[in-house]
Design a protein around this ligand. Structure first.
Ligand code: GCU
Length: 678
């Protein structure tokens, strides 16, 4: 059934006209299968080529005919020994794919230094066939630019997924470690196909029980499934675990007994999972325990765990998503204030994990001011793949443009061109330990992600973690070809829908730099009127600050001065009403309703028309998709069509509710051309 279970690894038969070319170039498959990773590569190639070409490739021990596909390492395959020199610089995960000759016969070679490199190369070769690229004249060299490429599952041990919109957790803890659901293998295949090499199994808001022997045994069982695919298992660690499961009276990171407890725990974990990746920690944030409970710093806390993991090669991913319990004058500034003083004090095996923006995965945020501000500390990027603030699983929003915008943002930390991508890949500050995390959108739904198009967000995250300089549109095109069809009459409309979909959700939810205006708690649907309650920064009025004069959060020197946390050229650009990009206008400024926009319209008129524009885009997507009926299988076509209908209804809901609410402040009529009130 076309239920989406196969993700982008569908391997359906290619159209007849292109088939012959590939058959001539896939006469034999030479791929040793002596190790688990080699077997994974060969199995994938057999599965993929059989499906795509309509017949199984002939397996051979060495290339003896023209048109062989040859996959391996100099160690696994003597025929590749001659390539040894060319593999230099590709590291442990890189590979080359080349059209060449072996013993005088034409061949397509996938060669690497390691079995893992060969597996990544195999997936790349399959992608070339899936997307209809010719297999002639190939000369590709690929190696990941980022070292740690991890999913963060916000999965609780009772299988509830925090901010998950695709059903329960795929980790069936109850049946582990004995029952290894075949889905775990498919999960590993999908991740390896886009280069993801780690997974944090449990939620950042975690129970300490995840570190007890019972759960370690279950995690070890998952690790055994993932290992051949190059995926390491990590766990979120609760900072107070020494108290909760260790029987100690404190979790003070400077207390010798606490430090010993973590060392013993690390030793125990590595006895169970020899290639365990390390810990992810949310500390002193939203009520979670942490070192500050004992008057210690984030560095003290992270370094204690780092010391326990270091002898085993493990790392700590210490999150910078923190805000204290005291009423903040501007939550935007808190992470910077708490972390920058500790730059250079973190142990070598610590990565500080920073969300792309300073608030919280909003539809659009300027880049986080920590990027560029901690040159002596490797910072890893945290993106959200699950769409907590972007319409959950029903709204079609391709996150590639959001990721690209964040990664290409220029911090000016070392002059122009100091992009976030160069901080994440370590090149700007010379860090070898680098990483990118994505909060997973995966659950037990047949289609994994809750909707067909949300699979693209998992896909693009992996591709951009591998190469943070990659382009969102190229990746969308690959995904669309692999997922729906290689027919340009399908691919091009789908890609164009996807590429505008992020701007559309920004327009109909939070245009012009507005943010955090959704319903309280669940974060679904409009709630610009949300006020009161336990914390000012959990309301909407805190963020939009609308009044009779205007709207927006003054973060310039006359306000909270959060702009002062950016490098001077950026601070100057964002802090000036004349130079701030319009998409961040109300993020940084409180602006009068009659302010003249670039369009010549007043702010009020522009705001209303942006909301309209967002709704119109969704209508356009519905039309585009409707025209693809018959070109996409009915099962998937139907679900996408219905979801787009939901999205249009809800885009209007956002628009109408927001405009009606803000109009109570602006007291102005709707501009000409605006949609009439409902
Ligand atoms: C958001 C989200 C929470 C999550 C938190 C985090 O606030 O709503 O569910 O726990 O981010 O990233 O830690």
């Amino acid at each position: 059934a076309e239920d989406g279970y196969d993700l982008w690894l569908r391997y359906r038969p290619l159209p007849a006209p292109v088939l012959k070319q590939y058959r001539d170039q896939g006469t034999q498959l030479v791929a040793p299968a002596d190790t688990a990773t080699q077997r994974a590569a060969r199995d994938e190639l057999v599965r993929g080529l059989s499906g795509l070409l309509g017949r199984a490739p002939a397996l051979a021990a060495q290339a003896r005919r023209d048109g062989a596909i040859v996959v391996g390492t100099p160690a696994s395959l003597p025929q590749l020994a001659a390539l040894q020199g060319e593999l230099e610089g590709l590291g442990e995960e890189g590979y080359l794919i080349r059209s060449t000759r072996i013993d005088g016969r034409a061949a397509t070679v996938v060669a690497a230094n390691t079995d893992m490199g060969a597996l990544y190369g195999s997936f790349h070769l399959l992608r070339l066939v899936q997307t209809g690229q010719p297999l002639a004249g190939l000369d590709l060299r690929e190696a990941p630019k980022v070292k740690v490429r991890v999913l963060n599952h916000w999965d609780n041990l009772d299988r509830y997924v925090e901010r998950g919109y695709a059903g329960e957790s795929i980790w069936d803890w109850h049946k582990l470690p004995d029952w290894l659901d075949p889905r775990y293998t498919d999960y590993a295949r999908a991740n390896a196909s886009v280069g993801i090499n780690g997974t944090v199994l449990n939620n950042v808001n975690t129970s300490a029980l995840a570190l007890t022997p019972m759960y370690l045994e279950k995690a070890a069982a998952l690790a055994s499934v993932f290992r051949p695919y190059g995926i390491k298992v990590y766990l979120s660690a609760r900072f107070s675990a020494p108290i909760e499961i260790g029987g100690l009276a404190t979790a003070d990171p400077l207390d010798p007994a606490v430090r010993q407890w973590w060392k013993d725990k690390a030793d125990e974990i590595y006895r169970t999972i020899p290639d365990f990746g390390g810990f992810l920690v949310k500390a002193n944030s939203e009520g979670q325990p942490g070192p500050q409970d004992y008057g210690r710093s984030h560095a003290d806390g992270a370094n204690m765990l780092a010391e326990a993991l270091a002898p085993h090669g493990g790392i700590v991913m210490w999150r910078a998503f923190v805000y204290s319990h005291e009423e903040p004058d501007d939550r935007h500034k808190q992470a910077y204030n708490e972390f920058v003083p500790h730059d250079g004090r973190f142990a070598d095996n610590v990565l500080v994990q920073v969300k792309n923006g300073a608030i919280d995965f909003q539809p659009r945020e300027p880049f986080h001011p920590l990027f560029g501000a901690m040159p002596r500390t490797p910072l890893m990027m945290e993106f959200q793949i699950t769409k907590e603030y972007l319409g959950f699983a029903t709204h079609l929003v391709y996150l590639g443009p959001l990721y690209e915008e964040a990664l290409r943002a220029d911090t000016h930390a070392r002059g122009p061109g100091s992009t976030v991508a160069k901080i994440v890949d370590g090149s700007l500050e010379g860090h070898a330990l680098t990483g990118m995390a994505g909060v997973a959108n995966i659950g037990v739904d047949r289609n994994w992600s809750g909707s067909h198009f949300d699979q693209a967000n998992w896909y693009v995250f992996g591709r951009m973690a591998w190469d943070p300089h990659a382009g969102a549109e190229d990746i969308a095109r690959d995904w669309a070809r692999m997922t729906f069809s290689t027919d340009p009459a399908v691919v091009e409309p789908v890609v164009s829908m996807m590429m505008g979909s992020h701007q559309a959700v920004v327009d109909y939810m939070t245009p012009l730099g507005l943010h955090h205006l959704m319903g309280r708690g669940h974060h679904y649907g409009p709630g610009p009127w949300v006020e009161g309650g336990p914390r000012a920064d959990w309301t909407s009025v805190y963020y939009h600050r609308a009044d009779a004069r205007g709207i927006g959060f003054d973060r310039t020197a006359s306000g909270s001065n959060a702009v002062g946390q950016y490098a001077p050229p950026v601070a100057a650009q964002f802090g000036n009403l004349d130079t701030v990009p319009e998409e961040f206008l109300l993020w940084f400024h409180h602006v009068p309703w009659d302010h003249r926009m670039a369009s010549g319209r007043s702010l009020w008129d522009e705001l209303v028309l942006r909301y309209d524009r967002g709704v119109d885009y969704v209508r356009g997507m519905r039309r585009t998709w409707a025209a693809l009926e018959g070109k996409v299988d009915t099962e998937r076509h139907h679900q996408v069509a219905v979801f787009l209908g939901i999205q249009e209804k809800e885009a209007k809901w956002w628009r109408d509710a927001s405009i009606a609410y803000f109009q109570t402040f602006s007291q102005r009529p709707l501009p000409e051309g605006a949609a009439p009130p409902p």
